[in-house]
Write a protein that binds this ligand. Sequence first.
Ligand code: BGC
Length: 522
Amino acid sequence: MNDHSQSSLLITKIALIVALGGFLMGFDASVISGVIKFIELEFALTKIQIGWAVSSLSLVATFAMLVSGPLSDRFGRKPVLKVAALLFLISAIASAFASSYTMLVAARMLGGLGVGAALIIAPMYIAEMSPAKIRGRMVSMNQLNIVIGISVAFFSNYLILQWSQENTGWISSLGIDQHNWRWMLGVEAIPALFYLIFLYIVPESPRWLVMQGRQSEAKAILQTLQPNNDAEADIADIENSLKDVSGAKANKLSELFNSKMKLVMIVGISIAVLQQITGINAVFFYAPMIFEQSGIGTDAAFMQAVAVGLVNLVFTFVAIYLIDKLGRRQLLVYGVSGIVLAMLSLSHGFYSARYQITQQDLVHLSDEVKTPQLMAAVDKAFDGELAYKAGLREILGNDLYQANESSILKAGIKMNQTQVLVSILAFVACFAFSLGPVMWVLFSELFPNYIRGLAISFVGLVNSGVSFGVQFIFPWELATIGSAATFFIFGVFAAVGLLIILKYLPETKGKSLEELEHILVK
Ligand code: BGC
């Protein structure tokens, strides 16, 4: 093997280890979806408490983003990630042994601190370690790992659930049958422990070392990572980019809004907002609920959610393959255009649906729902989704309606369900080869060396805050303005984002971080 491929291999190995942070983040955020139904019973939770059990993690992660960037500028990228790994570990064990709802939420919030830190430090650290030519691909490893983490959590939940229903010896001796949700949460301790151990063998970021005046350590690392490059020249480049900037200035928030940072901040903030406001986490965390709106029933909705995860994974690979070839800008332009079309098609699918329960549709309904009032409404045509839901709620009463919503939708909706499925899969595919990975790559390369940690914290915070807002408002939106309008709005946001990308986004592929700094920060 020549020097060049040996060094690529080494950097890939480091990127994979660091990107385990993304895996833990994806796993941690989505594992709760399988736990909800069991903790609801065990701790007798209200819906508000369930909502908090799910979303509290995102809220804490938002806060963690604010502090972890500056902490990593001060103490280094590696120590902050080690603390994150430790938090994931403690959180997994503490939530598995939680004796009350409060303890469970507190344990989840500890994990949220790890999520926020891993989410922004891992891609930055990988970018600072990688040669320009493969930087996009290396940073995308993080997104790939997030996506794998999400899928593995779903699968692990499913597996533990299956085991808990069997009565084999080892299953009951481990208590999996009695405590399935505790196992679902607890297994995360294993990857967290590996992460912590592996972090001891990766080197510190050479760019951060130069910032600390530790040139000789930085040089040794650069020589191992890129033996064909002139390490002295690389270090001189980094030093140059740090010149004229005093340490105090580097940690001032106001420095981010300095006029020379205008372009990179416009791009960073726009992409941070755009990645979430086009609805990705509404689709991820509520996928079965969305599919139920098309009237296919619960089981099929669950199956289709699995398809969403797989498409996400496959198209993340497409991005990794293309990002250093086509570049960031082209991927975003194609992907976001696709998102506009997919959302409009999804909206159209719901808009053109007809709502009416005919005689034949009654087979979908259980006997308790077939009240005399409902039978009197057979063949009545409703004027759209909201009128149908409100009408049926009035006919059946709130409780009966709520308990049977899925079958009621299945009975009364006449729509093109394939259009809904295909539009959602197309949306996820377009996200996965564009906004998903490209945002993290851009975050890691747009900002100048001296303030990268703080800048990434800031845009990460914007991203996470919008994500929280969209997740929080989505169920209300569906119920209040309906599916067609909800998805139409996502489509409009995507169209606005496309215009911003076309106007402002520079291409960043193939240039060193210092060259980019020279071009973008005037
Ligand atoms: C986003 C997450 C999202 C994930 C889905 C990430 O880039 O930041 O919010 O859940 O992609 O693949």
